[in-house]
Design a protein around this ligand. Structure first.
Ligand SMILES: NC(=O)c1ccc[n+]([C@@H]2O[C@H](COP(=O)([O-])OP(=O)(O)OC[C@H]3O[C@@H](n4cnc5c(N)ncnc54)[C@H](O)[C@@H]3O)[C@@H](O)[C@H]2O)c1
Length: 247
């Protein structure tokens, strides 16, 4: 576990997608910084591995199902006695599908998780958040680039960037902040529950800092944005990509 500063002491965090590569690293980091954390995911068996670390409880949530989100949020709020930080680290991808291969059903499947999921999560959690609370959505550098072989994914991440800007203004008067963290090329691609092959070996040459991203690279920035140190940061899409977007 990475060293913490205690800057999230007393904060109560819900991390949806908490069983994923990036989500689990975020859970670990928030706990290390002193937060109480409920890790949520639709993958119950993977969640068990995350909560085995101790001091983390879990809730099974399918973010594409509004009732499941409402039930899981109620469970998390009851377990922690409230809520201050909401992180959405879920995500699915249809990497490799051409425009001829992608279907309307496939498009809607990606939108339901990657974009509508964040809206549904906000609808279920906003009433529980007070002054000093914050949302952090995990986005992607794909929000800024055309992705000809991942059209729905890119559209959802660009949509999430704009949702974040609008929502940040909508809830600013309540003292709630909203930001995204957008990973670049990571050591592990989005797995879609089954694919664990590393398709990116050998692509470090496109990353100016010369390596692929690790979960901790993303988690460190999420922890900062969720903390009071980022008290004047809202409506921002922060890319954590080893310099890739700047090329
Ligand atoms: N890995 C990368 O290369 C990369 C790059 C840029 C952005 N991202 C983004 O980071 C986020 C996390 O990705 P990751 O790499 O950890 O992927 P991952 O596949 O390891 O984790 C995603 C998690 O989301 C969960 N999930 C999927 N659909 C869900 C649903 N309907 N309800 C609840 N949980 C659901 C999965 O069970 C999984 O635990 C995603 O938003 C992804 O788009 C990843």
């Amino acid at each position: 576990m990475s060293a913490g500063t205690g800057r999230l002491e007393g904060k109560r965090a819900l991390v949806v997608g908490g069983a994923g590569s990036i989500g689990a690293a975020i859970v670990t980091k928030l706990v290390a910084e002193g937060a109480m954390v409920v890790a949520a995911d639709r993958n119950a068996s993977a969640l068990a591995g995350v909560t085995a670390e101790g001091s983390v409880s879990s809730a099974v949530i399918d973010i594409a199902d509004a009732q499941s989100v409402a039930d899981g949020v109620a469970e998390a709020v009851s377990a922690m006695g409230g809520l201050d930080i909401v992180v959405n680290a879920t995500g699915i991808s249809h990497q490799g599908r051409t425009i001829d291969e992608e279907t309307i059903e496939g498009w809607n499947e990606v939108l339901a998780v990657n974009l509508t999921g964040s809206f549904v999560l906000v609808k279920a959690t906003l009433e529980h958040l007070g002054e000093g609370s914050s949302y952090v959505f995990v986005s992607s550098t794909g929000a800024e680039r055309g992705l000809p072989l991942n059209l729905a994914y890119g559209a959802t991440k660009a949509g999430l960037a704009n949702f974040t800007k609008g929502l940040s203004n909508a809830v600013a008067a309540r003292g709630i902040r909203v930001n995204t963290v957008g990973p670049g090329l990571m050591a592990y691609p989005v797995r879609n529950d089954q694919d664990s092959t590393d398709r990116r070996v050998g692509r470090t040459e496109v990353v100016p800092l010369g390596r692929l991203g690790e979960g901790s690279d993303i988690a460190n920035v999420v922890a900062f944005l969720a903390s009071d140190e980022a008290g004047w940061v809202t409506g921002q899409n922060v890319y954590v990509d080893g310099g890739s977007l700047a090329r």
